[in-house]
Design a binder for this molecule. Structure first.
Ligand SMILES: Nc1nc2c(ncn2[C@@H]2O[C@H](COP(=O)(O)OP(=O)(O)OP(=O)(O)O)[C@@H](O)[C@H]2O)c(=O)[nH]1
Length: 392
């Protein structure tokens, strides 16, 4: 079954998260009612999200947890008559606008300067909205007008950013923004159950990002060597390993620049990831990738590796004419001229024959990779005992 694209997955998740939250808020089960009576549940979860996101240097999640704490801190500090107006009008606007700010910003960690900048923006948002609300109340007579205006401008901005970049992080900011907008329109403060759900979504976000950091390669987005180490511990008796390496990559970097080299690595990663036959792709390091086929023999996987080799070799990779920014030739439309270059990869295959451990098999695959390089590159090598094969 084919999964919907990332974009649709994000939108479906967002709709489900908002609907479930509102359903829980409107029709709480007895368990939820009991949880709602737990004092400090929402604040404890928000503090946990704040501490963990700070620890993992996830600045946007950290700031979002801080916003939740600010929202929860108001009843502790202000008298009821002030709170009613603030909760019904001002705070939902501040929260929604802050979500627009967060979703439009990139992840910049938790350095002092970034935190200062975010705090200044937060204070500016509060200040601006307070002034606008005061003026609107004075001249139009109702604060609700600003509330509707902020919601009407902010929610499409949130939706647009999610459409552009459908990550789980952005889904969470949209989820908090949209739910806060609905709560603002209803005119009730967010219950501690809703605030706890917001904090839980932030905690899931932090764990999700920490998992990605640990097991996925940042540049290419495919699984990392650490993930390969973990996978290698759960292999069956029979497995095959492919080591592959981009040909003359140093030359390529020198000619077109490191950034273009990075683009090549991303493309190659995408291609090796598409390997059929049950193979899993990992970035081994530098321009080297590894394919792992559990329960398969070298003979069985050869044809799948050959498909990848041909796919990469036949792909016209568009690069700028030169790595130099100045003096780069322009085409008739005034854009920088691009060349189509061919990228090739060499592959070495090895498999278990009498229960060897993973390290031994991967070393054998590496030896075959060296043979493939010696044989002229852009080819696949199997161990000599296994009817040597290569293609070009
Ligand atoms: N752009 C980019 N280059 C990288 C990265 N990691 C390693 N490299 C470069 O990859 C190149 C590897 O070069 P070599 O190991 O000499 O091999 P090669 O030029 O690919 O030649 P053969 O393997 O013999 O075909 C080096 O220039 C590294 O700087 C990376 O993440 N991005």
């Amino acid at each position: 079954m084919q999964l919907p694209s990332k974009r649709y997955q994000a939108i479906i998740s967002l709709i489900l998260m908002v609907m479930i939250t509102l359903y829980i808020a409107v029709f709480p089960s007895s368990l939820i009612k009991q949880l709602a009576t737990l004092p400090w549940l929402d604040m404890t979860l928000a503090i946990l999200a704040l501490a963990l996101s700070f620890h993992y240097k996830q600045g946007r999640a950290c700031f979002c947890a801080f916003l939740l704490l600010v929202y929860q801190a108001f009843p502790l500090t202000l008298p009821d008559f002030v709170l009613t107006n603030i909760y019904a009008n001002l705070l939902p606007q501040v929260m929604v606008l802050s979500m627009v700010y967060l979703i439009s910003d990139s992840e910049r960690g938790v350095s002092m300067s970034v935190m200062k900048e975010r705090m200044a923006t937060f204070i500016a948002i509060i200040f601006l909205l307070t002034i606008v609300n005061m003026l609107v109340t004075k001249y139009i007579g109702t604060m609700s007008f600003t509330l509707y205006l902020v919601m009407a401008l902010s929610t499409p901005a949130l939706a647009y950013q999610l459409w552009r970049s459908p990550t789980y992080e952005n889904t969470v900011f949209c989820y908090i923004g949209f739910t806060m907008a609905l709560i603002g329109l209803i005119g009730a403060p967010a219950s501690n159950v809703i605030l706890s759900l917001f904090a839980i979504s932030l905690l899931v976000l932090v764990f999700n990002e920490a998992h990605k950091m640990a097991y996925f390669d940042q540049l290419t987005g495919i699984e990392s060597r650490r993930s390969l180490d973990v996978s290698s511990r759960g292999l069956s008796k029979q497995f095959a390993v492919v080591m592959c390496d981009v040909d003359h990559f140093k030359r390529f970097n020198d000619k077109y620049g490191h950034d273009t080299g990075d683009e090549v690595l991303k493309l190659v990663a995408k291609k090796v990831q598409q390997v059929a036959g049950g193979g899993n792709a990992y970035r081994y390091g530098g321009e080297e990738f590894c394919l792992l086929f559990d329960g398969k023999t070298s003979e069985e996987i050869y044809k799948h590796v050959e498909v990848i080799r041909q796919d990469i070799a036949n792909y016209p990779f568009a690069v700028r004419s030169s790595k130099r920014k100045t003096g780069t030739p322009l085409d008739r439309t005034g854009n920088v001229k691009t060349n189509s270059v061919q990228i090739t990869m060499s592959f070495g295959i090895a498999q278990t024959t009498c229960g060897e451990n993973f390290e031994r098999v991967i070393n054998q695959a590496d030896e075959q990779l060296y043979r493939a390089k010696d044989a002229g590159r852009n080819c696949i090598m199997l161990p000599v005992a296994e009817s040597p094969k290569y293609s070009r």
